[in-house]
Structures are given as C-alpha cells and as structure tokens.
Write a new protein. Structure first.
Length: 114
C-alpha cells in the first residue's frame, strides 16, 4: 500500500498550489480520502475530506472557500487545490485513506512566506 503526495513547495502569500496524492495497493474507490496538515508544535489538523464517490466534501472554517478537494477514481488520485494561501497554511500536508483500514502518506511540505 502506498500514498504518495506531491506538489508542495515554497510560495508567497496569495499564491496557489495543487497537491496530488496517488494511491496504490488498495481499492481506492472504496475509501474516504482526506488531507491533513501538521505544523511544527501543533496538532494534526483535518483540512478536507471527500467521500468515496466524490459526492460529499468537508472543509473546516480555516480553509473553506480557499481549498478544494477532488478525486479521480480512474487515476487513484486525490487532489487539493489551495488558493489564496496564507503564512498560517505552512505545514506538512498528508494524504489519508480510510475504509476497511487506514493509510497515511509521508507528506509534502507547503511553505507560505514572503
């Protein structure tokens, strides 16, 4: 089983990034997919999740209106489009799959700084 995130980087406030997470080794279309983030010294925070068929999504207030989660079950991939990035969005972003079992990716660093 693998979840491999990509797309992180260093951007300035107000810019955008698109994260991707490619899954393998399990039935992707049967799993709820989520993005979490963890900043140094802070607890891991859920930033978005999407049901197995993409019919329902959730965002906390901290990212609502700026972040969009989507998935392509044919490509075993979940995306996180992040717009209007703020310094407080700086964190390691991790992909999570939850179904019969739970899996985590290694994460991708997002740094928002001028």
């Amino acid at each position: 089983v693998q979840l491999v995130e990509s797309g992180g980087g260093l951007v300035q406030p107000g810019e955008s990034l698109r994260l991707s997470c490619v899954a393998s080794g399990f039935t992707f279309s049967s799993y709820v997919m989520s993005w979490y983030r963890q900043a140094p010294g802070k607890e891991r925070e859920l930033v978005a999740h999407i049901t197995n068929n993409g019919g329902s999504v959730y965002y906390p207030n901290s990212v609502k209106g700026r972040f969009t989660i989507s998935r392509d079950n044919a490509k075993n991939t979940v995306y996180l489009q992040m717009n209007s990035l703020k310094p407080e969005d700086t964190a390691v972003y991790l992909c999570n799959a939850r179904g019969l079992r739970e899996y985590w990716g290694q994460g991708t660093q997002v740094t928002v700084s001028s």
